[in-house]
Design a protein around this ligand. Structure first.
Ligand code: C2E
Ligand code: MG
Ligand code: MG
Ligand code: MG
Length: 285
């Protein structure tokens, strides 16, 4: 009987599912408390000019320092935060943390680059999204050129219209917007015309797949060519080898991000990176 119901989507009887549901409940309680206890951390990953390896940006990536489970990756808590109505608070925490960090780096006299903050579609469609973002930034005394936004679909969008309106408001206010994980999910060709973005980030699955598959390589090259036609910047995600970096340059991609140049780093190590201004050795050819 449980199986039958399962097909209809009403299966509450499988022991595994019960474990999962109570696990999620426990984790969502922890998250609610953790947000109040400052357990959220932010790491920073370099973005580089693929030819010179000059540092051109950082991406802020959230981590959760859970009191008993250790550091948890976003896949463990972003979808959860979306489901239990905590994403707005979480997003605000990330923005505050990043703003505070930029201010500290500035106080240390470090040369700064724009820091990208991830926003999920779900987060953007919140009723108070734009005004509360502006308030948080104003309170932190942050200049809007110091940050940019990367948008991803991590959950089903229930209100496309509102999401697009809020994104257009951000654009009109002068914020730079990138489409994350391009080639997957919402960030497909049909939406490219509607989304006010200056940059597309090519999903790492294409970059990785290109090593083994001609097909993935051709898709990546086509995405880069399309972006150039539309005067959009391209960032390749998940660059792990020199070989990948080289063919991305040949294909006309501007900027890269990935373990080849650096993993997401805690603020202290990021300061060293900012001071150096480079991540990885330049291509000589
Ligand atoms: P994303 O924005 O596409 O970020 C890139 C992800 O790829 C990061 O995973 C990063 O650690 C990983 N990565 C970077 N270079 C490489 C590489 O060379 N190889 C491989 N295999 N992976 C690489 P992470 O930190 O686990 O974040 C996962 C996703 O969670 C992010 O994907 C983003 O969509 C979301 N996320 C992270 N922080 C936040 C946040 O503050 N708010 C929201 N709404 N979403 C966030
Ligand atoms: Mg991103
Ligand atoms: Mg991505
Ligand atoms: Mg992603």
């Amino acid at each position: 009987a449980a199986k039958e119901r399962g097909k209809a989507g009403f299966c509450f009887y499988e022991p595994q599912m019960i474990a999962r549901a109570s696990e999620r409940l426990a984790l969502s309680t922890d998250l609610r408390e953790g947000l109040g206890r400052d357990e959220l951390r932010v790491c920073y990953q370099p973005k580089v000019d693929l030819r010179s390896r000059r540092l051109v940006g950082l991406e802020a990536l959230a981590r959760w320092a859970h009191p008993t489970r250790g550091h948890l990756p976003p896949s463990m808590f972003i979808p959860l935060a979306e489901d239990c109505g905590l994403i707005a608070r979480l997003g605000e925490r990330v923005v505050r943390e990043v703003a505070g960090q930029i201010a500290r780096w500035r106080a240390e006299g470090l040369p700064l680059v724009p820091v990208a903050i991830n926003l999920s579609m779900q987060e953007i469609q919140g009723v108070n999204f734009v005004p509360s973002l502006l308030r948080t930034l104003a309170e932190a005394g942050l200049d809007r050129h110091a940050i940019e936004f990367e948008i991803t679909e991590t959950a089903a969008m229930t209100d496309v219209h509102t999401t697009l309106r809020h994104l257009r408001e951000l654009e009109a206010l002068g914020f730079r917007i990138a489409i994350d994980d391009f080639g997957t999910g919402f960030s497909s060709l049909s939406h490219l015309r509607q989304l006010p973005a200056r940059t597309i980030k090519i999903d790492q699955s294409f970059v990785h797949g290109a090593d083994a598959s001609h097909h993935d390589r051709e898709i990546t090259e086509a995405i880069i060519a399309l972006a150039r036609k539309l005067r959009l910047h391209t960032v390749a995600e998940g660059v792990e080898s020199e070989q990948q970096a080289r063919w991305l340059v040949q294909a006309g991609c501007d900027i890269g991000q990935g373990y080849l140049f650096g993993r997401p780093l805690p603020p202290g190590e990021t300061a060293t990176l900012l001071a150096a201004g480079f991540a990885g050795a330049p291509i000589d050819a």
